[in-house]
Design a binder for this molecule. Structure first.
Ligand code: SF4
Length: 273
């Protein structure tokens, strides 16, 4: 069983991707208890988690911009993990972002400037590219993109994305379907959503499969880059996440369970014990 410690901080984003539940701005009605977080991180390490990921509900670096000291405390609270993965759209790089404290960085990216402009707003594409050039060389960069009509509908567009990821210095490109699609704008879905299977089949027909991830997703080598086809609808049976949310309770479960109170766990020594 592989275990992950996943911190979901706040809600809100500076982009407006049509498939995302995040809304503009930073929302954190209930700030995270940092001491509880530190105990949860230590508990997760003892329970065998090797990776700690920091993501939203939105864009985590908005939290870094708005709550500078809390962000610093949060990053310090997870120092018991050597593998710390920050998920960001990297369109902002606030002072004190402490990006150098992370071992891995996963950025969400639309593949072409006009698509980014359509969904994320003017100039964000250029800012993301500029910020990527600032990433310290020892950080593992992964680019992640939802597949869809217009930007991943044919082999040429997939290869364009591979090129872009390589230019940015990424070690891996992750292509993924939408998650929790039933909550999304169904008009947009009908127009743009594509199943991952088509891309996966095309990659399998022309590129070597180099491995399967722990959660069963195939990874191909495409022009010197690892390309992973990640399918949320087939969560691996050998994975478990300990989620930590701003309400300061840990929850064990599969990816989709992170709001489910029946999955709540007591953190030894913590306020919920
Ligand atoms: S950048 Fe990420 S968090 Fe922000 S709206 Fe797009 S998908 Fe959602």
């Amino acid at each position: 069983m592989r275990r992950y410690f996943s911190i979901i901080i706040g809600e809100g984003c500076n982009a407006r991707c049509p498939f995302c539940i995040s809304r503009p701005g930073v929302k954190s009605a209930n700030p995270m208890d940092i001491e509880e977080l530190r105990l949860a991180a230590q508990f997760a390490r003892r329970e065998g988690s090797e990776v700690c990921s920091v993501s939203g509900g939105g864009e985590p670096l908005l939290m870094a911009a708005k709550y500078k000291s809390e962000w610093g405390e949060l990053v310090n609270a997870i120092e018991c993990f050597s593998k710390r993965d920050l998920h960001s759209n990297l369109s902002i790089w606030p002072q004190g972002a402490m990006i150098e404290q992370f071992s891995d960085l996963t950025i969400s990216l639309w593949p072409q400037r006009e698509i980014t402009t359509r969904y994320m707003g003017r100039d964000l594409h250029d800012r993301i590219i500029t910020n990527c050039a600032r990433i310290p060389g020892n950080i593992n960069l992964r680019v992640s993109s939802v597949i869809g009509r217009d930007w991943c509908s044919d082999s040429e567009q997939v290869l364009d994305m591979v090129d872009l990821a390589k230019q940015l210095g990424a070690k891996q490109l992750t292509l993924r379907e939408l998650q929790n699609a039933q909550h999304l704008d169904q008009t947009w879905m009908q127009e743009y959503h594509l199943p991952l299977a088509g891309v996966e089949e095309w990659l399998a027909s022309g590129f070597p499969l180099i491995r399967q991830t722990a959660h069963g997703s195939p990874v191909f080598e495409v022009e010197g880059l690892e390309v992973c086809c990640y399918n949320y609808s087939k969560p691996g049976q050998d994975q478990e996440f300990l989620f930590f949310r701003p309400d300061s309770y840990g929850r064990y479960g599969l990816f989709t369970d992170y709001q489910d109170d029946s999955c709540r766990v007591d953190i030894p020594g913590g306020i919920s014990a």
